[in-house]
Design a protein around this ligand. Sequence first.
Ligand code: NAP
Length: 142
Amino acid sequence: MGANKFGPPGWQDDPQWRGWWGTNPPFHTPTFVLTHRPRPSIEMAGGTTFHFLAASPSEALDAARAAADGQDVRIGGGPTMVRDFLAAGLVDHMHVVQVPILLGRGVRLWDGLEALDEAYDIETVSSPSGVTHLTFTHKVVS
Ligand SMILES: NC(=O)c1ccc[n+]([C@@H]2O[C@H](COP(=O)([O-])OP(=O)(O)OC[C@H]3O[C@@H](n4cnc5c(N)ncnc54)[C@H](OP(=O)(O)O)[C@@H]3O)[C@@H](O)[C@H]2O)c1
């Protein structure tokens, strides 16, 4: 995940900050946080250990792959980090949930990714709640 998913702006100045999720975060795996201000790893209850690194997307993916030991690696946001991994061609599958709420501002997931759709098979499913699920599968993988 990116630094802004792990905490609010400036969390790096708070030595006590351990993420939003309480003592037992929902990840239950080694979890890598990309930040330009890394700190020592934090072991949480339930199998989550946060590791902090300043690295390129492909270096971060290598570290996560080594920790996953053959299992899948999940990239969890925020939008800046997802965009960088997409631009580097490192995403096999992506699930985007589009919610019909107009915020009108924020970090845009698609900026700089023109023609991304050509590299992926895309399926959409709408649900009665109004959200649309978009599933992207890289054509090299499918
Ligand atoms: N709803 C959600 O689940 C969710 C999740 C995430 C974000 N958001 C929201 O989305 C908005 C934008 O988020 P965002 O796109 O900024 O989030 P983000 O992708 O989680 O964080 C981006 C930050 O991660 C660090 N980073 C990214 N790549 C790096 C690299 N290669 N090396 C070192 N550090 C790296 C940098 O922070 P530093 O330079 O500060 O270290 C960068 O500013 C915010 O308003 C946020 O609250 C929502």
